[in-house]
Ligand binder design. Structure first.
Ligand code: SAH
Length: 246
């Protein structure tokens, strides 16, 4: 059954209105018509079986038949903070992080990731990442779309309190602490923040600044992983240890 994202504000009682990019996907790409059945998910973890009541080029009217909570959200809220890596690679990270159940994604600039992005470009890329997150949520069956937060500085990121979160900085130069050791110290964690650096990695000062703000530095093996590999691996390991990939 075709799945479409429908924010809660477009659902009133047993009626729903679909428009914009989702309507284009429904009518132009999948060529669905009035009378066809669809599934829509809103951004609060609910899914709805619906019937297309009417279709115009501007909007589709849906009749909601059945609503239910999906069981596809991870028990563990994970925030992924990722250094700004090259274009399509961060698109890949957003898509894979969505499939792996992440709740929030925060791109950051740091010493070795100082893109020449102006404000206008940043908002365009944030909008693109949000669209990728919606598509990935549709594909993997989630009814919650990860929130892409605005680009920030790494120094700002580590200075935030992130209450109740176990904060992990995945650092290629950390040789003392493994993820398993962190798990033994913090196995009761109920929320995790994962920080992964850009292609250039973190500076010693950045790693030290994170550690001084309560981040646990973690090495995942002796090989230097590409940033996108590290982000995907870190998320899978965190879901395996604390989340729903046990
Ligand atoms: N340019 C750096 C590597 C950066 S890799 C160098 O050549 O040393 C990009 C990011 O992936 C790193 O900042 C880190 O967050 C993560 N990463 C890569 N390999 C890792 C490892 N073995 N353990 C922990 N994190 C790793």
């Amino acid at each position: 059954m075709a799945r479409f994202f429908l924010p809660k504000e477009k659902i009133h009682g047993d009626r729903g209105v679909i428009d914009g990019q989702e309507l284009a996907h429904l009518s132009r790409v999948l060529r669905l018509r009035a009378g066809d059945s669809v599934t829509v998910f809103d951004d609060s973890g609910w899914e709805h079986d619906a019937l297309i009541d009417s279709l115009t080029p501007m909007q589709g009217e849906l009749k909601i038949l059945r609503s239910y909570e999906t069981k596809r959200e991870s028990v563990l809220p994970i925030t992924l903070a990722v250094g700004l890596i090259k274009g399509e690679k961060i698109d890949l990270v957003v898509e894979k992080a969505t499939e792996l159940g992440v709740q929030k994604i925060i791109p950051f600039v740091s010493n070795y990731a100082v893109p020449k992005l102006d404000r206008e470009k940043i908002s365009k890329r944030t909008a693109r990442w949000q669209k990728i997150a919606v598509s990935a949520a549709k594909q993997c069956g989630r009814a919650r779309v990860p929130e892409i937060l605005p680009l920030c500085d790494f120094s700002w990121l580590v200075s935030q309190p992130w209450p109740q979160s176990l904060k992990l900085i995945f650092w290629e130069q950390e040789s003392d602490q493994s993820l398993h050791q962190v798990y033994e110290k913090h196995h009761e964690a109920t929320a995790v923040l994962v920080a992964v650096g850009p292609e250039g990695g973190f500076t010693m000062d950045e790693a030290e600044a994170a550690r001084s703000r309560g981040f646990e530095p973690v090495q995942i093996g002796k090989r230097i992983l590409r940033a996108e590999t590290a982000a995907i691996t870190a998320l899978a390991l965190v879901q395996f240890l604390w989340g729903d990939l046990k």
